[in-house]
Design a protein around this ligand. Sequence first.
Ligand code: S3P
Length: 172
Amino acid sequence: MNIVLFGFMASGKSTIAKILSKKLKMEFVEMDDLIEQETGITISKIFTEKGEQYFRTMEREVVKGLASRDNIIISTGGGVVLNKDNLDDFKKNGVTISLMVSPEIVLKRTVDTNHRPLLDVGDKLKEITNLLNKRKEHYEQADYIIDTDDLSPEEAAHKIMKNLKEHRTPNT
Ligand code: S3P
């Protein structure tokens, strides 16, 4: 069984996945890193030179590969849930968890970064709010939804571990 973390950009997926990986002694995989390795260029360059559709195709291929593996913790890219096939594939062999975060916190965490092409716009808060609104219903398809605004990464990881325990022993 894999553990798959969904969530908007800067929702804490990688940080929390790394904590879980240590605690559960499971291998951690970062989807965006795999896409960069496969293409040999950065995510930003993929978007500017080849376009978002190309990125989504690459992303889909990486999902297929990962969903057929076992016992790994996957930190996904924030838009992976937009394709229902990705969600379905991950659910076949994994517990899916969405990390929810407010637009204001995403803004705070991304204000000084420039490696996220979708947030490379004039009015960042407006774009974050817009994308989050569009994606909310997709994130809500996960098995578990965690509101992370008031949680440290350690606390969020702790909450996820509690969910995982219940998931494995539903009748106790
Ligand atoms: C994206 C999120 C990014 C990356 C790409 C597209 C998105 O990953 O996959 O820039 O559509 O939300 P992170 O969520 O790890 O920043």
